[in-house]
Write a protein that binds this ligand. Structure first.
Ligand code: FAD
Length: 159
């Protein structure tokens, strides 16, 4: 098994797309991430996974807070900005939720405080205790097999 085969296999798991945002004394930094999962309902916990070379890693350790912004279908450009896929710097405005910076128009804004961190291989898992949530009624952006996509029209499913 080589790295490419592993990446290809993981890419077969269709996900939404989030931008993780953190704020160190007014310096707001975002990063596109799809390694996001709900962990626990009581207490309300989520997990994100951040690569060891990502600049946001040290910033989350310093701030001890982050927000997860689940992008809407029309926000692919924001995903590309915060993944470094658009190289030239862009001005992005942030709203606030529970004091944490969040992206306007996201399907869900989830404000978190870091409750634990675990280094696993070349990534760090941050467990976030959810402190507030804001929802919008919009379709999500989808990532599958290395490409951005949108949900297809609903098809009837008989269970
Ligand atoms: P930088 O490279 O420093 O920043 C990323 C970009 O965001 C830069 O272009 C920067 O200019 C811009 N930016 C940051 N803050 C602001 C701001 N305030 N205003 C305007 N622009 C700003 N990596 C992971 O570790 N975990 C994942 O789960 C993950 N999932 C991904 C999913 C997808 C769909 C994609 C496309 C990439 C994913 N990545 C993931 C890779 C990750 O997004 C990139 O490697 C990213 O560039 C690394 O972020 P960084 O903190 O080093 O940020």
């Amino acid at each position: 098994m080589d790295d490419r085969q592993f990446r290809t296999a993981m890419g077969k798991f269709a996900t939404g797309v989030t931008v993780i945002v953190t704020d160190v004394e007014g310096d707001v930094h975002g990063m596109t991430a799809n390694a996001f999962m709900s962990v626990s309902l009581s207490p309300k916990l989520v997990v994100i996974s951040i690569g060891e070379n990502a600049r946001i890693l040290e910033k989350i350790k310093q701030s001890n807070t982050f927000s997860v912004n689940i992008l809407a279908a029309h926000q692919q450009e924001l995903s590309m900005i915060f993944a470094g896929q658009i190289k030239e710097p862009r001005e992005v405005a942030f709203d606030r939720l529970d004091g944490k910076p969040v992206l306007a128009g996201a399907v869900a804004q989830i404000a978190c405080e870091v409750s634990a961190e675990h280094v696993e291989g070349d990534h760090t898992l941050f467990i976030g205790k959810v402190t507030d949530i804001h929802l919008e009624d919009a379709e999500p952006l989808i990532f599958y097999s290395g490409r951005y996509r949108a949900l297809a029209e609903e098809t009837a499913v008989t269970i």
